[in-house]
Design a protein around this ligand. Structure first.
Ligand code: OOB
Length: 551
């Protein structure tokens, strides 16, 4: 296994194989097989592009051969930061074919996150778009290289702008044209790719997923969600996130031989038009996007759209309240499926045959009969059924450790290998989980995860900041927003100046606090208690008030 990763103990691996979960299929063999079975069917629709399974397979061949000629070798890590364009599949499956490991960055990530990913994985290459949503990712790549001395190669989907060391994807294809694709024998038990965790610490942790474990979650998800070759799935979220990738996501759709339609943005105007135009049957969104769609349709703004094709709307990534949940069938005329998952592994779904109330009021139950669930109190002992506690889990597709993080792993996992999710849940008699809150230091901003400590570290670098605590404040639309409480050093810096400072440090926009409050000191937290966690709790209690609704 990739150095720095924690394998499952042999007895667990043997059990998961014997149960038929781990089948020995690799990501590359997965595409080859589906391309053979569904060759002429449409795999991907994005912008003006429409690729069949055979097209995608041929593109992966060319990309693999071209990337190999560029010097990317089996086992290399390659950071991929691409928006919802079809080329994301060409690049990612090209990397799998070559035996290289994609490291997924979100399109919203900026210099701080991308530089961290490149450095932490010693990436051999970085793949970016040229300009996306008004942001020049080539400039970002240039600065990452200037600051970190890596990665050696940058591949640009679009115009590379003639920059030294930058290669347009078109040139990669040309290099690969007519070449035999490399055929290294990947070990299905080994790591296939790395994903960024939502994080609770100063620097985000990397999640290593194996071919075996991930493809099990994909196959089982596709089955639970009832995907078929007739499925047309709209990816409204960035496809490199775990939810639209595998829950059941584009991989579930490819498993079943269906079609993935890529939405460039999640707005109702864009997505409702795509749903109608492509006869979309399934879509996956985070709660704030679901609310936008519901309000747009209920308000009559899209009354002329025929959405009768839409069978299921999946909502997950953050808590979707029961009242909003009830509106989904009433307003959109489709079924709701709640999804409570995590890039570390465990995914819960409500099922098609669950009673309506269960679908509205729970976040589903685990994929696998071998997902082990413990709901524990602060003392680590299991709480009586129906009582809230922290969710711990272990199973055939839940990691046993983050990449290169032994100290953090000692805290994030129990000695017997359960992942401490940091989510407070209650289990119903049917085994469904209801998310009641959170025990971890994280802000869930409409599905986008912010680690307060990471933002605080950046704030503390400002000369006018003596101390900083970033806390969640409730928000009717996003669920939570971030508020930075600042103890200034001398005269308080301007709010705008502080936020500009964070942007200049290359932090993703969703991590920039929505509010800044200056306080003379943090409230006392009791004798001897000086931890940032206690500070945050006290600040929240003393100062938090609901933020106004967005315009
Ligand atoms: C998904 O994955 P991540 O890694 O971005 O975030 C995981 C965390 C969970 O631990 C939980 O705190 C929160 O996001 N979460 C939810 C939720 N779904 C995720 N909290 C309440 N209700 C829900 N339905 O967010 C993710 C991965 C795969 C599928 C779906 C979501």
């Amino acid at each position: 296994m990739l150095a720095g990763c924690t394998p499952w103990p042999p007895e667990f691996a043997a059990r998961y194989r014997a149960a038929g979960y781990w089948t020995g299929e690799t990501m590359d063999a997965f595409l080859r097989d589906r391309a053979r079975r569904f060759a002429g069917r449409t795999a991907v629709v994005g912008g003006a592009e429409r690729w069949t399974y055979a097209d995608l397979d041929a593109r992966a061949d060319r990309a693999a051969a071209g990337l190999a000629r560029l010097g990317v070798a089996p086992g290399d890590r390659v950071v991929v930061q691409l928006p919802n364009v079809p080329e994301v599949f060409e690049v990612v499956f090209g990397l799998f074919r070559l035996g290289a490991l994609p490291v997924y960055a979100l399109p919203a990530h900026r210099r701080a996150e991308v530089a961290h990913l490149c450095a932490a994985t010693e990436a051999a290459a970085l793949v970016v778009a040229d300009v996306h949503a008004g942001f020049d990712h080539r400039d970002l790549a240039e600065r990452v290289r200037a600051e970190t001395g890596g990665p050696a190669r940058v591949v640009v989907v679009g115009d590379a702008g003639g920059r030294a060391g930058f290669t347009p994807l078109a040139e990669v294809r040309r290099l690969g044209e007519g070449q035999e694709p490399p055929a290294p024998a990947a070990d299905p038990a080994d790591v296939a790719f790395l994903q960024l965790s939502g994080g609770t610490t100063g620097l985000p942790k990397l999640i290593p997923r194996t071919h075996d474990d991930y493809l099990y979650s994909v196959r089982a998800s596709a089955e639970i969600c009832g995907l078929t070759p007739d499925t047309v799935y709209l990816s409204a979220l960035p496809v490199v996130h775990n939810f639209p990738m595998s829950s059941p996501g584009f991989l579930g759709v490819f498993h079943a031989g269906g079609t993935v339609v890529l939405a460039p943005d999640p707005s109702p105007a864009t997505c409702l038009a795509l749903i109608e135009a492509h006869r979309v049957t399934n879509a996956a969104v985070v709660p704030p996007v679901a609310l936008l769609w519901l309000d747009a349709v209920a308000g009559g703004a899209h009354a002329d759209r025929d959405l009768s094709c839409l069978e299921v709307l999946q909502v997950g990534g953050a808590k979707f309240g029961a009242e909003a949940a009830r509106r989904v069938p009433a307003v959109l005329g489709c079924r709701l499926q709640q999804v409570f998952g995590m890039a570390e592994g465990l995914v819960n779904y409500t099922r098609a045959d669950d009673p309506a109330e269960t679908v509205f009021t729970t976040q589903g139950r685990p994929i696998s009969p071998d997902d082990e669930i413990r709901v524990v109190g602060p003392d680590g002992a299991e709480v009586p059924e129906g009582r809230p506690g922290e969710l711990l889990t272990r199973g055939p597709y839940t990691i046993r450790g983050y990449y290169n993080a032994p100290e953090h792993n000692a805290r994030a996992f129990t000695p017997d290998g359960f992942y401490r999710t940091g989510d407070l849940v209650r289990r119903t008699p049917t085994g469904h989980l209801v998310v009641e809150g959170r025990a971890k230091d994280q802000i869930n901003r409409g599905g986008e995860k912010v680690a307060p400590e990471e933002v605080e570290n950046h704030l503390l670098a400002h000369p006018g900041v003596h101390d900083a605590a970033v806390v969640a404040v409730p928000d009717p639309y996003l669920g939570e927003r971030a508020c930075a409480y600042i103890v200034p050093r001398g005269a308080a810096p301007g709010r705008g100046e502080l936020l500009a400072f964070l942007r200049e440090r290359g932090l993703a926009a969703y991590k920039i606090p929505d509010r800044v409050e200056f306080v003379a000191a943090f409230p006392a937290t009791g004798v001897g208690k000086t931890s940032r966690r206690d500070l945050r709790a006290a600040v929240r209690a003393a100062h938090a008030r609901p933020a106004p609704a967005p315009d």
